[in-house]
Design a binder for this molecule. Structure first.
Ligand code: NDP
Length: 788
């Protein structure tokens, strides 16, 4: 063989080291000791910890561990800066973002080298992926700043945002957080991860150099405790977090009831599905990138290979051969594929997980390649002979470890892919576009890459389903995560529900047969599990009727029925619209009867409420086939289809007031978007909803799509919040139980909306549009490459 052919075979090439001189000069210029960047000034270093180069173990600099006082000072500065920053025109704010983008580009090499030294990632990645994406993010958001008022006319910024980021993409995660926050007019306090603060500090210097108004960006370094001081701080209006699911859940619990905005971008265990008709060589190269990008320390790493049985042997053989050519070593060497792990503690964690997996039967393959003599390195590994229950399949490893399993049919591939508590990303390889586009919507994940992997762009939202979190970063969805409706600040406390004192009556006096309204579960009327009923009184205390007193078991049955009806989400939007129109029509047909019932329960004239309920059903029938996605054109040979998908099963606990509209206004958007619902109507006046059974039955609503459980709103809301089969929960009630709902929702990180004791006048037409539609949906971006 001649030499060139040999080189192609062996992929053997010499080292190409990148010089660290500039980065070292920058560190030395700061005496390798840093304080925080607060209110446009550098604080004196306080108690410090060392930031080390994981490839060498050498200390790079001393970083200040932020205290509660530091966080206080940063919040004060950000609050003071908010007024001026949010009052700037979008054009002015955009110009600052543009200047930051330019400066990042100008100093790209310094940023890339510093990032690689601090984090251990190959310079190839920091130079060609992280830093260019950072600049792209600021450019993109400069545009959003300028067009904000036109594109989000009724929205205002949250105010002061607390942002906490991890160590795996230090500067990129900073950009994903700071760019949209600033574009929307917020000011920020950002805490980088303890292991990787340096590029955030360099970024602070860039903010200084471009003349960003003081206090708009504050960088407070520190450990987990500094993060806790941020999440608990009362002066912060929104928390944006990227990191582990455990800490994400802790943050949800801490912020419950505070009214703070929250977006969580958490862990993953993303499937990488290879069908038998895939271009195998491309799929192997994609897989190398999917799992060994950044040493596998990537939330969306394609860490679970699912390969079709018919090609499994061939694929695994090729993969092992390719793994032999992977180079582990000095991250500053441009010819290195796999750099250093973040820290010894992470290596130990992974080794422990491996031991557990092996004890459970896993087999491990590692290539022979040489390993560096010192530093924090791990060999890439392929794990086979595992069942879905193996620790290495179930847990997020966050390292260079790929687990492989096989499947026989597309259905089995989808089942295995979704067999995880996470839902961040997925990859599908097939030359059959019909098959790939059939699989993508079935996978419960926020991003699906077809015949590619790890594509990211500022214009395309990124974020998770299920326990991978909520909220999106990038694109329109990412912007809306930093905005809230302008009218929210005018909401007044909801009046306490009028609870009539019951007049003493002998229960045996009713004189007629039992007329207790039943629950409605799975398309059938059913008696409450408890056998008990609740009396419904009018304002004078007169008995108007009785309903079942629902309990945990009724909720369980209703959720089961709703899950069995999840096919509603794939029912054509046109058909969902037709059914909502039909509901409206049948309700209108019986408007007098419903108006009378409202009057009987509340003493108020119900004519207008029934008319509004009919109109609201019409409104959301109209939305069913219109509130949909977009197609993005990122700067790659690909399109990204942003698909609007329902959350899944939704629990809806209606407010005490407006017995009919209170329920209709909330279930209509959920149903329009394809969510089966478990509805708990007003506890005081539930009869308007129990009267709906016949309307539902005559309107072609598939069984299980609307389930109704009557009873005590608070205890039923708690049961719904605890239930892992509920994907989204809306609760209209007092502040204390709203906080409870948010706190308990961490079980499976279901998405919640609560009214927090405020009065949302659901008759208002502002609730006829995207306010609830957005909360009933999540966006999945499906990346589809093109080009012959
Ligand atoms: P964490 O979730 O612990 O840390 C993420 C960020 O949150 C860091 O800035 C951290 O500070 C901060 N933090 C830690 N505890 C709290 C708290 N109670 N309140 C507020 N902020 C807090 O991730 P780790 O870095 O410890 O990594 C652990 C595991 O998390 C990894 O092995 C991996 O599985 C997963 N992970 C997932 C990421 C993702 O992108 N989805 C990213 C990073 C990790 P500090 O670093 O100083 O502790």
């Amino acid at each position: 063989m001649n030499k060139i052919a040999q080189i192609f075979q062996s992929l053997d090439y010499g080292p190409a080291p990148e010089g660290p001189d500039q980065a070292i000069a920058w560190l030395d210029a700061h005496d390798r000791k840093f304080g925080h960047f607060i209110d446009g000034k550098w604080t004196k270093p306080g108690k410090t910890f060392s930031s080390d180069n994981p490839a060498t173990g050498e200390s790079l600099a001393q970083i200040t561990d932020g205290t509660a006082e530091d966080v206080n000072a940063a919040v004060k500065a950000a609050r003071a800066a908010f007024k001026g920053w949010s009052a700037l025109s979008g054009y002015e704010r955009g110009k600052y973002l543009y200047a930051i983008a330019r400066a990042v580009q100008k100093h790209a090499r310094l940023f890339a080298v510093l990032e690689t030294m601090d984090n251990g990632k190959p310079i190839r990645e920091s130079r060609d992926i992280d830093i260019p994406l950072v600049a792209r993010h600021f450019y993109h958001h400069a545009g959003w700043a300028q067009h904000l008022n036109r594109e989000f006319p009724d929205a205002v910024p949250y105010g002061v945002c607390g942002q906490i980021i991890p160590w795996n993409f230090p500067l990129l995660m900073l950009a994903w957080k700071i760019a949209p926050a600033l574009a929307a007019g917020n000011t920020v306090i950002l805490k980088p991860a303890e292991f990787t603060s340096l590029t955030a500090l360099l970024f602070a210097e860039i903010c200084e150099r471009v003349g960003l108004p003081k206090g708009v960006v504050n960088i407070v370094t520190g450990e987990g405790g500094t993060g806790q001081a941020i999440t608990a701080h009362e002066g912060i209006d929104k928390i944006a977090f990227t990191g582990s699911t455990d800490v994400g859940k802790a943050i949800r619990a801490v912020t419950a009831g505070s009214g703070k905005g929250l977006s969580l971008e958490l862990g993953g265990k993303s499937p990488y599905i290879v069908f038998e008709d895939a271009d195998i060589d491309s799929a192997i190269e994609g897989l190398i990138d999917a799992i060994w990008f950044n040493q596998g320390q990537v939330c969306c790493a394609g860490s679970r290979l699912l390969v079709q049985e018919s090609i499994e042997e061939r694929f695994i053989t090729k993969l092992k051969k390719r793994m032999q050519t992977l180079r582990v070593g000095d991250p500053l060497d441009k010819s290195i594929d796999i750099g250093a792990m973040i820290a010894p503690i992470q290596v130990e964690r992974i080794k422990d997980l491996m031991k557990r997996g092996i004890a459970e039967g896993a087999e491990v393959y590692e290539p022979d390649g040489q390993m560096p003599a010192r530093g924090c390195f791990l060999k890439p590994a392929l794990v086979t002979n595992v069942s879905p229950a193996n620790t290495l399949v179930a847990e997020e490893i966050f390292g260079p470890i790929l687990v492989a399993m096989s499947f026989r049919t597309p259905e089995e591939a989808v089942q295995l892919a979704n067999n995880t508590k996470y839902g961040l990303a997925a990859t599908v390889w097939s030359e059959n576009i019909n098959l790939a586009l059939d699989i993508a919507p079935q996978i419960k994940a926020g991003v699906v890459w077809i015949n590619g992997t790890n594509n990211f762009d500022a214009a395309v939202g990124f974020g998770g389903y299920k326990e991978s979190g909520y909220g999106r970063e990038g694109g329109r969805e990412g912007m809306s995560a930093y905005l809230k409706p302008a009218w929210e600040k005018d909401l007044k406390p909801a009046p306490a529900p009028k609870i009539a004192a019951a007049k003493a009556t002998n229960p045996l006096d009713s004189g007629h047969l039992d007329q207790t309204a039943k629950m409605y579960i799975g398309g059938k009327q059913s008696r409450p599990d408890s056998g008990y009923s609740r009396a419904v009184y009018d304002p004078s205390g007169k008995l108007v009727g009785e309903v079942g007193d629902g309990n945990r078991k009724d909720i369980r049955n209703a959720v089961e029925a709703a899950r069995a009806a999840l096919g509603w989400s794939t029912t054509a939007a046109h058909s969902r619209a037709q059914i909502l129109y039909f509901l409206a029509e049948n309700l209108d047909y019986r408007r007098d009867e419903f108006a009378d019932r409202i009057k009987a329960q509340t003493g108020e004239n119900g004519v207008e409420e029934v008319a509004l309920s009919v109109e609201r059903l019409f409104a959301f029938a109209g939305w069913a086939d219109k509130y949909d996605g977009a197609v993005h054109n990122p700067p790659l040979r690909a399109v990204a289809a942003a698909m609007v998908e329902p959350l899944g099963v939704m629990g809806i606990v209606a407010p005490p007031s407006r017995p009919l509209l209170g329920s209709i206004a909330l279930i209509a958007p959920a149903l329009a978007m394809g969510n089966p619902v478990v509805l708990v109507p007003s506890a005081q006046s539930p009869l308007s909803v129990t009267d709906l059974y016949q309307v539902i039955e005559t309107s072609d609503v598939p069984k299980g799509v609307i389930n109704i459980v009557t009873g005590d709103s608070v205890s039923l809301a708690k049961t719904l919040a605890e239930h892992d089969g509920v994907d989204g929960l809306w609760y209209a009630g007092d502040a204390e139980s709203s906080a409870m709902v948010e706190k308990v929702s961490i079980t499976n990180l279901k998405q919640t909306w609560t009214s927090r004791g405020l009065y949302y006048d659901l008759a208002d037409r502002r609730f006829e549009g995207d306010y609830f539609l957005a909360k009933a949906t999540q966006v999945k971006n499906v990346w589809i490459p093109y080009g012959a």
